[in-house]
Design a protein around this ligand. Structure first.
Ligand SMILES: [Zn+2]
Length: 431
């Protein structure tokens, strides 16, 4: 691309600053809280109508039968495709439209999308309606500038990322929307900061462990067998064996922040025994019984270097040992969620194109990072079998899901330029 044409694209993006702000504000004003999956349909129709006006063919796909899909909360997705009319690859920008609950601590209306000192505040501003807005402005500028492009550009707004993506990217990948037949390169504008390229994420295993006991009168606990004490023994073994073993394991994945470069385990919850007996003053009285069941949810995050079977075996090994060494110990374990780690090669086309674009626009060498938690890349990789995928977008990762979440207008403008340039490089094979 000649210098001049480049300048035309950037000038269009800069000129669109007000439109970008309005677009981002409009998106935030749909309170697409998930769960339950609120307002998906009006939000995707808003995106679809806009892109139709910019020359895209627009499809709406409802994930019938996906978890949470109902007449009241339909799981709607939008996929828009722009054909240049010349043979070439397809670059896809994928953003999730759902946001997490607002929580406490806001000093502003979470859905008013107030603009203040160059920042737009609101739930989803950073994660990730700012990124979605920036990608739309980027692509529109690229098309409007008249630069010669090849292939196709797609933009999707998808459901349910915050709850695992089954009614969103996973569903679309099953239906072939993310497949080698129609997509070559994928950029997910998650808030990873404007000067970083995110190659992938760690794996996840959620499981529920239940210990069993024997109910008896609380005044004679020796006649029963306390399931909570058995669970205490599990926690003690985790402290003694599992946590030190995990702390010793480090990954080659460039995970940020630093603490997430090792395997981690969160004990998400423990519930044991009977509920308190209801009283009128709602203070409750304890049930006078020995608990015969205790349940613990674990959230284990694992590394490329670990196999899921080993990760599970490490935990069940501890439980099996307790079964032989501890009198009365009985357990069950149930899998709740499994996500395999995903990481794109550092020399993959989308990584090269985006890194070069960051260097050219921002004048700095980008950091290559991996995310401590997962995002929709897992489905694009595992179901769609598309390996050329990264996350890149505006917004500060640490602000995601926080009160007073915001996105900076400057960061949206800069990342829009980077996205336009990387799309151009990918579409014209000039990276
Ligand atoms: Zn997100």
């Amino acid at each position: 691309m000649s210098e001049q044409q480049l300048e035309a694209v950037y000038a269009l993006i800069e000129k669109s600053e007000d439109a970008l702000v309005r677009l981002c504000q409009d998106l935030i004003q749909f309170p697409t809280i998930n769960p339950p999956g609120n307002d998906y349909q009006p939000c995707v129709e808003y995106i679809g109508n806009r892109l139709k006006n910019s020359g895209f063919a627009v499809e709406y796909v409802r994930a019938y039968g996906a978890p949470g899909d109902s007449a009241e909360y339909p799981r709607y997705n939008v996929i828009a495709r722009y054909e240049t009319g010349r043979k070439g690859p397809c670059v896809h920008f994928n953003s999730h439209i759902d946001v997490v609950e607002t929580g406490d601590g806001w000093t502003r209306d979470p859905f008013a999308a107030q603009l203040e000192d160059g920042k737009i505040y609101g739930r989803g501003a950073c994660d990730m309606k700012g990124g979605l807005a920036a990608s739309i402005i980027a692509v529109e500028a690229l098309i409007k500038s008249g630069v010669e492009l090849k292939g196709a550009i797609e933009i999707s707004g998808t459901a349910d990322e915050e709850s695992g993506g089954l009614g969103g990217v996973a569903y679309l990948a099953e239906k072939g929307y993310f497949s080698k037949d129609r997509v070559d390169h994928v950029i997910i504008p998650e808030p990873l900061n404007v000067d970083r390229v995110c190659l992938g994420h760690r794996g996840v295993w959620w499981a529920e462990i239940e210990t069993h006991g024997h109910i008896a009168h609380g005044s004679m606990p020796f006649l029963g067998d306390c399931a909570v004490r058995h669970m205490g023994a599990v926690v003690a073994e985790f402290e003694d064996k599992l946590y030190p073993a995990m702390a010793a394991r480090h990954t080659k994945m460039p995970v940020v922040p630093e603490g997430a470069k090792q395997s981690t385990l969160n004990i998400n919850s423990i519930h044991g025994g009977q509920d308190e007996i209801e009283r009128d003053d709602s203070a409750g009285l304890p049930a006078p019984c020995v608990p015969d069941s205790c349940r613990m949810i674990i959230d284990r995050r694992f590394l490329m270097e670990e196999e899921l079977d080993q990760v599970k075996g490490e935990v069940t090994g501890i439980l099996d040992n307790l079964e032989t060494s501890r009198e009365g110990f009985k357990y069950e374990i149930r899998d709740m969620l499994e996500v395999i780690p995903s990481m794109t090669d550092q020399d993959a086309p989308v990584v090269a194109a985006t890194s070069q674009a960051i260097e050219e626009i921002l004048g700095k060498t980008p950091d290559m990072v991996c995310s401590p938690g997962t995002y929709d890349q897992k489905h694009i990789d595992r179901i769609g079998n598309l390996k050329d995928c990264i996350a890149y977008g505006p917004g500060i990762l640490e602000l995601a899901h926080q009160p007073d979440e915001y996105v900076e207008v400057d960061a949206m403008i800069n990342s829009a330029k980077v996205m336009a340039l990387s799309a151009y490089k990918l579409l014209t094979n000039s990276y």
